[in-house]
Design a protein around this ligand. Structure first.
Ligand SMILES: [Zn+2]
Length: 113
């Protein structure tokens, strides 16, 4: 489980931005996490209180927006959900595709109090 290490890094980045902008407390942190990203939202929520303890984010809420993994078939150009289709094009069954989205790990929003 590497969620804690990644979150601690995120908290450091957010703390820097907050300090630069003279923000004194943060109400909510919004992260966008792609389905293909190895971070598991359930674990992230679980370790979040430990990651924010003693930082400017202490007491804040974590919101995770899941981004659906989408691929575009190289054979027929069909765009489909990779997880749902288990990596094969539902239109022509080909397994060659380009990933359009789903690998994101983005700090989307920092909500100040
Ligand atoms: Zn196809």
């Amino acid at each position: 489980m590497h969620e804690l290490g990644v979150l601690i890094h995120v908290v450091e980045q957010v703390s820097e931005v907050a300090a630069e902008n003279q923000v004194e407390s943060i109400a909510k942190l919004v992260l966008q996490v792609g389905e293909l990203c190895s971070m598991i939202p359930k674990y992230m929520e679980k370790v979040y209180p430990a990651a924010i303890e003693g930082t400017i984010l202490e007491g804040s809420e974590l919101e995770i927006e899941r981004i659906v993994a989408q691929g575009k078939c190289r054979q027929c150009g069909h765009v489909f959900g990779l997880i749902e289709a288990k990596g094969a094009c539902p239109s022509c069954s080909d397994r060659q595709f380009d990933i359009l989205q789903g690998r994101e790990f983005i700090i989307k929003e920092i909500v100040c109090q």
